[in-house]
Design a protein around this ligand. Structure first.
Ligand SMILES: [Zn+2]
Ligand SMILES: [Zn+2]
Length: 83
């Protein structure tokens, strides 16, 4: 089951379970669409794999299978991070 991480590892923007902006790699490194395409050019900076759109988990399934809440942000500076 997908972890559905709550934020972009680069710019730390929120990526809720219903977001169409979330992109994940095979290890579920999670980024927003703009960081995945503009900052990383479609290759995951952690593992080198490609990104795919994260499937949306229907709201009624989130009751039994909730999304993760712990945020994770990469130590490396992100060009898109809001300061
Ligand atoms: Zn981002
Ligand atoms: Zn990765």
């Amino acid at each position: 089951m997908l972890e559905l991480r709550p934020n972009c590892e680069c710019c730390d923007r929120d990526l809720p379970p219903g977001s169409t902006e979330a992109r994940i790699c095979t290890f579920e490194c999670t980024f927003c669409a703009s960081c995945a395409t503009e900052v990383y050019k479609g290759a995951c900076p952690n593992c080198g794999g490609n990104f795919v759109p994260r499937p949306i988990r229907p709201a009624e399934k989130l009751v039994k299978y909730p999304a993760r809440t712990e945020r994770h942000v990469r130590a490396a500076p992100c060009a898109h991070r809001m300061v």
